[in-house]
Write a protein that binds this ligand. Structure first.
Ligand SMILES: [Zn+2]
Length: 76
């Protein structure tokens, strides 16, 4: 099944969601993953923000329109 999946991080400064360069093929992989903490510059406000699992979300949209939405804070 064709799908478009992305991982977004929640900026702790401005509260916006931005796409991070982490990829998981499925929501299950995301749920099971151990994600190393790191900081990145938010593309919206330019400030340093912490990227860790509790601030991440995984969204997948399949070609048939099915949407999967998983928030990392429930799986830390
Ligand atoms: Zn920001």
């Amino acid at each position: 099944m064709e799908s478009e999946e992305s991982v977004y991080s929640h900026c702790q400064n401005c509260g916006r969601w931005f796409r991070v360069g982490i990829r998981f093929a499925t929501a299950e992989e995301f749920i099971d993953a151990k994600i190393r903490k790191r900081t990145v510059d938010c593309p919206f406000c330019g400030k340093n923000t912490l990227v860790e699992k509790q601030y991440l979300r995984f969204d997948e949209q399949r070609i048939d329109g099915h949407i999967t939405h998983v928030e990392g804070r429930y799986f830390v």
